[in-house]
Design a protein around this ligand. Sequence first.
Ligand code: SF4
Length: 120
Amino acid sequence: MGLLPLEMSSRIRNEAYGEAIDLGLKDCIACGCCAYVCPSKIPLVQYFVHAKGELAAQDRAKLRGDATKKLALQRQERLEREAREKAEANAKRKAEREAAAAAKAAAEAVAKAETQGESA
Ligand code: SF4
């Protein structure tokens, strides 16, 4: 399908960039032939360049938004992982302390039993 410069410029004036793309905006190479022959001297190429700039800005904003979302998700995952690792380390330390206390109590009980056995 050939390009429709007047239709495209009309859509661009109304900020209907999607419709302009459907009419071939992305196939336009901005050669200026349509503007050159336009009897009404409509600055068609300026419309097309403007629209392409707007679309590029929208694409960049979308990429930036996606990157920000990805970074936020990675941060959330990192915080959750760090909290999980901290809880596991705390639980391990607590278990070690309890085991040490139990061993100490057992040793004291044995020592006390030995002391009582010697005195009897
Ligand atoms: S600028 Fe050139 S390629 Fe673009 S619509 Fe006009 S004639 Fe076609």
